[in-house]
Write a protein that binds this ligand. Structure first.
Ligand code: G1P
Length: 297
């Protein structure tokens, strides 16, 4: 029996500069896809995968995130008075059991590896998940749950993986594939943001990881890497060098890069179209917009 994965780290310290001015006073993770903030999608996915402890690595100005997961006594009393049980039920999803959620500050923006390392004492000697809330994944079976199931078979370290166009490879961590077994690949190496032309494949790391605590020990002494930052990819790659297994997992689902405006808009449209209460009206609107554009061309 493998140790169960019950802890997840959510790196949410980023400034969200790509969404300024919106993110001047609102954390990026609170930005809304239809009617749920980005972070709620990440939390729901973690819960579905059996995560019980949620560790947020935050920074200055992220107070709205803490409030979001807190109870809201005044709002709840008001809804109760008005008999709005459906909304009260909806809000339950935003609450956490006491002690199930922790916030750690990343005092300096030193990269994803450093953010994860900030949570080391809360992880201790257990396997753990990392979820990057910018990567939103629509899937019948939530992505992290798929990965937990794969982990039960393989153990080791597992990173979510997806083929990307070659010209985009330099924006990702890229896997050097040793053996391709279909949904699972074993990995011979990993490179963070390879220079164009030097990428070992077009299989990119997407923001879901199940990692062994050794990766945290590696982060104790890792040097700055791509972009002058401490890279999680480099700490995972050290496991391979030490002859310990690392796998890529080709998940079933559609990933949206909500760290970019185009990706965020695509996710918004796609999630709205999957909602029975919004689908018809939005589809009609989109059709008319496309027709108008075609006519204008
Ligand atoms: C991070 C990781 C990278 C991964 C990507 C997925 O990069 O460092 O390995 O491919 O997330 O979204 P970032 O997008 O934060 O630059």
């Amino acid at each position: 029996m493998r140790k169960k994965v019950t802890k997840a780290i959510f790196p949410v310290a980023g400034l969200g500069t790509r969404f300024l001015p919106a993110t001047k006073s609102v954390p990026k993770e609170i930005m809304t896809l239809v009617d749920r903030p980005l972070i709620q999608y990440a939390i729901d996915e973690a819960r579905a995968a059996g995560i019980k402890e949620f560790i947020f690595v935050t920074s200055r100005g992220k107070g709205a995130l803490e409030d979001y997961f807190d109870t809201a006594p005044q709002l709840e009393a008001e809804l109760r008075k008005k008999g709005k049980d459906d909304l009260l039920e909806l809000l339950k999803n935003t609450n956490m059991d006491s002690g199930a959620i922790a916030y750690i500050r990343q005092h300096k923006a030193m990269g994803l590896g450093h953010a994860v390392w900030c949570a080391r004492r809360l992880i201790g000697n257990e396997p753990f998940a990392v979820i990057l809330p910018d990567d939103v994944i629509a899937a019948e079976k939530p992505c992290l749950q798929q990965m937990v199931e794969a982990y039960e078979e393989t153990g080791g370290n597992i990173v979510a993986a997806m083929e990307v166009p070659q010209e985009k490879a330099s924006s990702y961590g890229i896997l050097d594939v040793k053996e391709d077994m279909g949904s699972i690949v074993s990995v011979r190496g990993m490179v963070e943001k390879p220079a164009t032309g030097s990428e070992p494949s077009n299989l990119a790391v997407i923001g879901r990881y199940i990692l062994t605590p050794r990766v945290l020990s590696n982060l104790n002494k890792i040097k700055v890497g791509a972009g002058g930052e401490i890279q999680l990819t480099d700490a995972i790659a050290q496991e391979i060098e030490a002859d310990r297994p690392v796998y890529g997992y080709r998940f079933r689902g559609q990933r949206f890069d909500c760290g970019s405006k185009a990706g965020f808009l695509q996710a918004t449209v796609s999630f709205a179209l999957s909602r029975p209460d919004l689908r018809d009206e939005l589809a009609m609107f989109l059709q008319s917009v496309v027709a108008e554009q075609r006519a204008a061309q």
